[in-house]
Design a protein around this ligand. Structure first.
Ligand SMILES: O=C(O)c1ccccc1NCC(=O)[C@H](O)[C@H](O)COP(=O)(O)O
Length: 214
């Protein structure tokens, strides 16, 4: 099965074009003000207009209130909402019911003990996203930190919902990540940036090329 790629944290047309031209199947926009990739809903709406049919738009939120979701969702058409905070299964179900948009829940993995949360989330979420647990320091973002977890934790496992692998992926390790985990979908952000929050079209192209033949 060909590997689908999500390029997350897009903020400008040039990198969006690079993602689409290179074959990305998902493009993600971050609505989390502390992030260097955070984007205004109006700008995300402009970018979403450039996304062709067949490429899915993803809105990334961290423990969002319904009012904030409403504010963004009323401006930007999403195929998927990504919840990247501490949302419980109950909250995931609430978001799905309130906005009628499929939800992908991020599972933060530091060790084997963290994988039980995936099974709980899968009871309500439409998709799972395995990401590295953020570092303990206070300033760390809940995701998009460019760090990988032990991929062998996912080797040979299966999950009740479609899933993506993320965390510290880059052009140099994406193929190995696929071989180790069996992932059929990858999500990358900082691994295709030349500085925090700024996507590099050439790195996007190289990332997509690195998994194109798998
Ligand atoms: O990207 C951010 O700034 C961010 C902020 C808050 C929560 C999640 C965030 N990013 C998540 C992602 O972009 C990806 O889903 C994933 O974590 C990959 O990140 P990276 O390791 O940088 O490739």
């Amino acid at each position: 099965m060909p590997v689908s790629v999500k390029i997350c944290g897009l903020t400008e047309p040039l990198s969006l074009h690079a993602a689409v031209a290179g074959g990305a199947r998902y493009v993600g926009f971050v609505f989390y003000p502390p992030s260097p990739r955070s984007i205004a809903p109006s700008m995300a709406a402009e970018l979403a207009r450039l996304v062709p049919t067949g490429v899915r738009t993803v809105g990334l939120f961290v423990d969002p209130e319904n009012d904030f979701l409403e504010h963004v969702v009323s401006q930007v058409p999403f195929d998927l909402i990504q919840l990247h905070g501490k949302e419980t299964p109950r909250r995931i179900a609430e978001v799905k019911a309130a906005f009628n948009i499929p939800v992908m829940k991020a599972i933060k993995v530091g060790g084997p003990e963290d994988l039980a949360a995936a099974l709980e989330a899968a009871e309500v979420a439409d998709r799972l996203l395995f990401d590295a647990k953020p570092p303990a320091k206070v300033s760390a973002l809940p995701g998009g930190n460019g760090i990988a977890f032990d991929w062998t934790l996912l080797a040979g496992r299966s999950w009740p919902k479609p899933w993506m692998l993320s965390g510290g992926l880059k052009p140099e390790n994406a193929a190995e990540a696929v071989r180790t985990t069996g992932a059929t979908a990858l999500d990358v952000s900082s691994g295709v940036e030349d500085r925090p929050g700024h996507k590099d079209p050439e790195l996007i192209r190289r990332f997509l090329d690195s998994v194109a033949g798998l």
